[in-house]
Design a protein around this ligand. Structure first.
Ligand code: NAD
Length: 441
């Protein structure tokens, strides 16, 4: 079987060890000849890179392994770039969350003004990664799961329309895992129909391979419990704030009981409750910095000090097996059915062709082929049009350096109550993001 060369961009990420462990667990189905980590933060890259060097020496010494902060070294001779960068790191995420909250507005990583701020920071560096990949390994594919995925995907569509970039999110994968538990199945036994935007969608069908429909059964469960399940289902969406979010799905279902909602809709349907229950001094960013970030870096330190990973191994990022599924789909033309972020082009019949939507696709070596989801109801269509316009206007504001357009994008977001509040939030975010955003006029 062919062996592949991979670079992980955002190599110093808290997710990198879990993803590498997961890759090592899948070498039989996805063999690797070379693995490189790339980050622009030398210190973080060194720590994670050194610890993983020890892991790889012990687990798979046959894989050629390096870590680097040099783009040419990173992107030369690769088949895939797995991209999960966080421009501005948790320091800036904290501000994305706390600045809107100060004005009584949802403060969230990808939804509302926080997501817009993060999008404005991420477009430039993401395009830079694509350009390096195309320069040094023109045949390679980028599997991007850097957030905010909706804005990043729209920026790729406009700025690098022909690039081999696949945008994917783990939320539909994680929620399907919960659904499969509710009905006593595994995700691989199920095929779904789904429509929406990233972090803004609905399942319209969940069937097994014999064609039996499970949506009504799942709906009865979600009506009572949301997506909260008894068994630990993944290693990612488990912190207390996430448990609240899974539970909240029952109130999202109440808005339209025909379809199963994406959990992120809570920020658009119940922004008032989200703000009321938030602690403006301690947000999700603090939870991660005090939890996952500390744990991952202290595990890395321990491995380096001991000179062995025995007894202090990194946890396997089992939630991330979708990355291997996607890479295999491209590499081996598996025609896997996966929910991806793609240009609509008719897959949602009554929605704009040029919108980046999230729908099931068949993925093979030419990339994703979106499956037709038919027409969607006017309630969802109107919500989606409003939200996709926010995402498009952010990208336009970035390209044109337009304050006016960015202000309009904030005004359009369902999470923001008025133009006045939008302006206050925007001005504070702009100040905090000096050096990250282009100059706005
Ligand atoms: P993190 O802060 O732990 O790691 C991100 C790393 O990216 C940091 O080491 C940082 O130095 C690096 N980085 C920042 N800008 C860079 C650049 N221009 N070039 C190279 N490296 C750069 O963050 P995290 O929590 O691990 O999250 C990483 C990303 O993955 C985020 O965008 C997050 O939202 C995303 N994520 C996506 C999914 C998904 O399924 N879509 C799931 C989880 C996390």
């Amino acid at each position: 079987m062919k062996k592949f060369s991979i670079v992980i961009a955002g190599g110093g990420s808290t997710y990198t060890p879990g993803i590498v462990m997961m890759l090592l667990d899948h070498l039989e189905t996805f063999p690797i000849r070379k693995l490189k980590l790339y980050d622009n933060d030398e210190k973080r890259q060194h720590m994670i890179g050194e610890a993983l060097k020890i892991v790889l020496n012990e687990r798979a010494p046959e894989i050629e392994y390096t870590y680097t902060t040099d783009p040419e070294e990173a992107f030369t001779d690769i088949d895939f770039c797995f991209a999960h960068i966080r421009v501005g790191k948790y320091e800036m995420r904290e501000l994305d969350e706390k600045i809107p909250l100060k004005h009584g507005v949802v403060g969230q990583e990808t939804c509302g003004p926080g997501g817009i701020a993060y999008g404005m920071r991420s477009i430039g560096p993401m395009i830079e990664l694509i350009d390096w990949m195309e320069k040094y390994s023109p045949d390679a594919w980028m599997l991007n799961y850097s957030n905010p995925a909706a804005i990043v995907a729209e920026a790729c569509r406009i700025l690098r329309p022909n690039a081999k970039v696949l945008n994917i999110c783990d939320m539909p994968v994680g929620t399907l895992r919960r659904m499969s538990q509710i009905i006593g199945k595994t995700p691989k036994e199920l095929d779904v129909r789904y429509f929406g935007l990233n972090h803004f969608g609905w399942w319209t069908s969940v069937k097994d391979k014999e064609g039996n429909e499970y949506l009504p059964q799942i709906r009865e469960y979600v009506k009572e419990n949301g997506y909260l399940t008894q068994i630990e289902v993944d290693t990612q969406h488990m912190d207390p704030s996430w448990q609240e979010t899974h539970k909240k799905a029952k109130d999202l279902l109440a808005v339209d009981p025909r379809f199963l909602p994406n959990t992120y809709l809570k920020y658009y349907f119940y922004p008032d409750e989200v703000v009321e229950s938030a602690n403006p001094k301690y947000t999700r960013a603090n939870e991660v910095m005090d939890g996952r970030e500390k744990n991952v870096f202290s595990a890395a330190r321990e491995i380096i000090e001991k000179g062995t990973a025995e007894g202090s191994e990194f946890a396997i990022g089992s939630h991330a097996t979708f990355i291997v599924d996607l890479a295999r789909a491209i590499a081996f033309n598996t025609h896997e059915r996966m929910i991806m972020i793609v240009e609509n082009n008719g897959s949602i019949a009554n929605f704009d062709d040029d919108a980046m939507v999230e729908v099931p696709c068949i993925v093979g070596s030419d990339g994703p082929e979106p499956l037709s989801q038919g027409k969607i109801p006017e309630f969802q269509r109107a919500l989606m049009l409003q939200q996709v316009t926010v995402e498009k206007m952010v990208v336009q504001a970035y390209i044109e350096g337009s304050y006016q357009k960015l202000w309009q994008a904030l005004i359009l977001s369902k999470t923001v109550p008025s133009a006045k509040v939008a302006k206050k939030v925007l001005d504070d975010l702009m100040e905090a993001n000096r050096g990250y955003w282009p100059e706005l006029k």
